[in-house]
Write a protein that binds this ligand. Structure first.
Ligand code: BGP
Length: 478
């Protein structure tokens, strides 16, 4: 059995990491605009430091991104050359509603995405749209406290109603919140949370999570009502939790960490909070004010499919003195059997097969890998034909191994998989570090960590390789 012939091959981006043009055509300011490159970045993303406006002699890489706003035609044409069937992008909320609570949407913003979607369709590329990829209007943060305020559910309902109505017939695949579980790790990035001294941070995070979960269920309901063709997915920062040793305490800790993440998908896919979560909220003394109406809306509107990002598995121990691993904002232990990327993210293709199987066993809903890839430093070299390229065999090898792994999950294990959109199909700003030099793309963008560079695009070696992979529906991976 091979992959379905309508398997959705493509690539993924997010507005805040590629669009730039942060103050053009009526766009409002968002949390993602005030996250600087450099030493304050991590604290800002965690809600422990706050910058109100992009100033103060710091560099804010999202403000210009890779200027996709002005290059989208050229970029989509390059995606079409690779044979993309789908292109994942996100909407910047503040292009549509600059303050988040405005009574009318911004026509310029609506028109921009309409043009982008039409450009995709010109080449037979189906847009896959993340409604919220780490962005929240600054006005909602300052006036309402971000997602910890229940009112954000109403503002989000407004946003999605506008999107589903305007883009009916142009978009049918939607994701409600990117990596919804990131709220627990990088709460300013995930939910616009800034903590006051002495604030109950756990309550703020879980309260915000509840509001996002309810908002997500509303989005599913509204999407289906406006167009029965719409398919709505949730999105998990995934990666199997391994226990470092057979010590029962390690096994239990790994299970607990897995539940902390899967709780979100349990609610979005099954429609209710699992008992372990309810007990946990009780033990933590949290008051989430979960109403009967919330329960009803969650119950009646589970997602159609489950999407995930996968970069690495996680290894967990309760023992002291075992090395730490870094990866996608999740703390863990270094797995001695795995190699690491230049940024210390451990590489585990079989972990992808394991993760897909676990998710499918648990939910029996179609899965969609909407992020995966290797962040690496690239060297631009003369291609001998008057242009430049990158010999990124390391990237090809990473992607090949992961494609083999998900094909095994489909072909040998029977997992239902809708598609694969590797992250940063065109180089863009790194979410964790704010660097340009952490590159994922098939297309090189001439831009440096300090924002210098011509923004010219060049095809890497992986560009032709991926084209062949798509052409053969994943049969030829050499
Ligand atoms: C995920 C995010 C993406 C992306 C990716 C790679 O967590 O959804 O936005 O950035 O990770 O991470 P990084 O950019 O830090 O290398």
């Amino acid at each position: 059995m091979a992959l379905n012939k309508d398997f959705l091959w493509g690539g993924a981006t997010a507005a805040n990491q590629c669009e730039g043009a942060y103050n053009k055509d009526g766009r409002g300011l968002a949390n993602v605009d005030v996250i600087p490159h450099g030493s304050r970045r991590a604290a800002v993303m965690r809600g422990k430091d706050f910058i109100e406006k992009p100033e103060g002699g710091l560099y804010y890489p999202a403000l210009e991104g890779i200027d996709f706003y002005n290059h989208y035609k050229e970029d989509i044409k390059l995606f079409s050359e690779m044979g993309f069937k789908t292109f994942r992008l996100s909407i910047a909320w503040t292009r549509i509603y600059p303050n988040g609570d405005d009574s009318k949407p911004n026509e310029n913003g609506l028109k921009f995405y309409e043009d982008v979607f039409k450009e995709c369709h010109k080449y037979g590329i189906e847009p896959l749209v993340t409604i919220t990829h780490f962005d929240c209007p600054m006005h909602l943060i300052k006036e309402y406290g971000g997602w910890k305020n229940r009112k954000l559910i109403e503002f989000y309902k407004n946003l999605v109603t506008t999107l589903f109505t305007r883009y009916k017939g142009l978009v049918k695949y939607w994701l409600t919140f990117n990596e919804i579980n990131m709220i627990l790790h990088l709460p300013f990035l995930g939910a616009g949370l800034v903590f006051d001294n002495g604030e109950n941070e756990n309550e703020a995070k879980y309260l915000s999570a509840h509001h996002e979960l309810v908002a997500s269920a509303w989005a599913t309901k509204i999407a289906h009502k406006i167009d029965s063709q719409n398919k709505v997915g949730c999105m998990l920062a995934a990666g199997e939790f391994y226990h470092f040793s057979p010590l029962p305490e390690d096994v239990w800790e790994a299970k607990s960490r897995e539940r902390e993440n899967l709780m979100f998908i349990d609610v979005q896919a099954r429609g209710y909070y699992p008992n372990y979560a309810i007990k946990q909220f009780e033990h933590m003394g949290l008051n989430l004010n979960i109403t009967e109406e919330d329960k009803k809306i969650l119950k009646e509107n589970p997602v159609d499919f489950i999407s995930l990002s996968y970069y690495t598995s996680r290894c967990i121990t309760t023992q002291e003195g075992v090395g730490e691993a870094i990866g996608n904002a999740f703390e863990g232990t270094k797995n001695p059997y795995l190699k690491s990327s230049e940024w210390g993210w451990q590489i585990d293709p079989l972990g992808l097969r394991i993760t897909l199987n676990s998710l499918y066993d648990r939910y029996q809903k179609p899965l969609f890998i909407v992020e995966n890839g290797l962040g690496a430093k690239d060297e631009l070299i003369d291609d001998g034909r008057g242009s430049f390229t990158v010999n990124d065999d390391y990237r090809i090898s990473y992607l090949r191994d992961h494609i083999k792994a998900f094909k095994q999950a489909v072909e040998e294990d029977g997992v239902e998989l809708m598609g694969y959109t590797p992250w940063g199909c065109i180089d863009l700003v790194s979410a964790s570090s704010g660097e340009m030099s952490k590159r994922y793309g098939f297309i090189y963008v001439d831009r440096e960590d300090d924002g210098s560079g011509s923004l010219k695009r060049y095809k890497k070696k992986s560009f032709d390789w991926y084209k062949k992979v798509i052409e053969t529906n994943g049969e030829d991976l050499d």
